[in-house]
Write a protein that binds this ligand. Structure first.
Ligand code: FES
Length: 159
């Protein structure tokens, strides 16, 4: 015949359950104080000497940073290679002097304006700065696509 549980053992079971509950609640509270942060790489990068970009569209940083660098007679700007329709990556067609999105056919001019297709807005321009060393620093975290505003600093740099 099994021995009945003694009063002393019963108390230890109760204390153990209480300690487990308090420990779990404390651990959950401490975990709640630590935010779920997603650390992403910086959106800013040095594209190299600004004067070395020839007039026209450069695809030098297209694969690595998803931007085109466009140099005109007056200055330089960077377009973010993300279609404003649903976010696909357009391609540059030199023979047609336009960017074409492979997903639904949007076409963009070298200014980033929509020429054709379902894209509702022009391509975004990134913040650009020619620093003291002459290098072009591009920040993809700061974007603009409104004509008039996008054509001035900090989205356009005179070179
Ligand atoms: S995502 Fe570019 S046209 Fe739809």
């Amino acid at each position: 015949m099994a021995e009945p549980i003694k009063r002393k053992d019963f108390l230890w079971i109760g204390w153990g359950a209480l300690a487990t509950f308090v420990g779990g609640a404390t651990a959950a509270s401490v975990r709640f104080l630590v935010p779920n942060v997603l650390y992403e790489p910086s959106q800013k990068f040095n594209a190299g000497p600004a004067k070395e970009f020839p007039v026209g569209v450069s695809t030098l940083w297209f694969k690595k940073q998803r931007v085109w660098i466009i140099r005109t007679e007056k200055g330089i700007y960077a377009l973010w290679a993300r279609c404003t329709h649903l976010g696909c990556t357009p391609n540059w067609f030199l023979d047609q002097t336009r960017f074409k999105c492979p997903c639904h056919g949007s076409n963009f001019s070298t200014d980033g304006d929509v020429i054709a297709g379902p894209a509702p807005k022009p391509l975004w321009r990134c913040q650009v700065e020619v620093v003291a060393s002459g290098d072009l620093v591009i920040d993809k975290a700061t974007l603009e696509n409104r004509p008039g505003i996008r054509d001035k600093a900090p989205y356009f740099a005179e070179v």
